[in-house]
Ligand binder design. Structure first.
Ligand code: BT5
Length: 243
């Protein structure tokens, strides 16, 4: 494990280590990130007191099929670890968010590097608001964020929570079929059936729809106003009247 005080992004650091040959299971952990990232290069608020962790995964022939559902699997692992280490129940929100009391407590960012169709490595990055003060965040983000300390009177340290996440992820990654991870994700998810949502695709008009379950490949099945269905893979989704 590489533990650093500060870095721009643990995902960046883990990727550069992986490109230089870091083996499967290598972990990077930082106390603070200057350039923490979410999906689509959005900012992840990363003040001191939070958990910022990235792990290098090198898929084998057996584990490669699990790559497509890695963000969901990592969310399941994180929810299990937060329950085990801090006693906190989280709800999972497609595709990569963990919520507690209706606010975002953690987010997952998975990135992969390919040669042709072969995945050389994937990076699983997770940020958890452990003892993060929302006053250290952008107010717009703080309004929708929550930390473990606000939810539970527990004093688990970021390192202990991180270790719990890594162990849970290894169990799911090495020991379970991807379909089992999806099943567990469904059990922990909120708003997966019949919820009114707004879909925000990249560079296209947003539209309203209803959730209609999780597809076999980890995509979100939605029903449009004209009754047709489609499966989303990377679009943003906001629950109407909630987010
Ligand atoms: C995510 O993106 O939720 C993925 C976040 C992954 C962060 C980890 S930290 C370790 C590793 N290194 C990195 O650089 N990244 C990973 P997304 O679904 O795009 O959500 C981003 C949105 O969440 C932002 O636009 C804000 O609205 C909100 N947000 C930002 N920081 C937050 C925080 N600390 N707590 C709650 N919400 C936050």
């Amino acid at each position: 494990m590489l533990a650093v005080d500060e870095t721009d992004s643990t995902n960046h650091l883990a990727s550069s280590l992986a490109r230089r040959g870091a083996p499967h299971g290598s972990i990077v952990f930082a106390e603070l990130q200057h350039g923490g990232r979410g999906r689509w290069n959005r900012r992840w608020e990363s003040p001191r007191g939070g958990l910022y962790l990235s792990m290098v995964l090198r898929p084998t022939e057996e584990t490669a099929p699990a790559l497509g559902v890695l963000p969901l699997t990592a969310s399941v692992a994180a929810a299990e670890a937060l329950k085990a280490t801090a006693g906190v129940d989280c709800e999972l929100s497609w595709p990569n968010d963990l919520f507690a009391r209706g606010r975002k407590i953690a987010g997952v960012l998975c990135e992969s590097s390919f040669t042709g169709s072969r995945c050389d490595f994937a990076i699983m990055g997770i940020g958890v608001n452990v003892d993060t003060r929302t006053t250290d965040m952008n107010p717009e983000v703080a309004r929708r964020a929550i930390s473990l300390r606000e939810v539970a009177a527990c004093d688990a340290e970021p390192e202990a929570i991180g270790l719990g996440i890594v162990l849970a992820l290894e169990r799911w990654w090495e020991g379970e079929e991807p379909s089992r991870a999806l099943e567990r994700w469904r059990e922990l998810a909120r708003g997966l059936e019949g919820d009114r949502i707004r879909v925000v695709p990249r560079g296209a008009e947003s539209y309203d729809a209803w959730t209609a379950g999780l597809a076999e490949d980890g995509g979100l099945r939605v029903r449009l106003e004209d009754g047709t269905h489609r499966v989303l893979h990377s679009d943003d989704v906001h629950r109407v009247g909630h987010d």
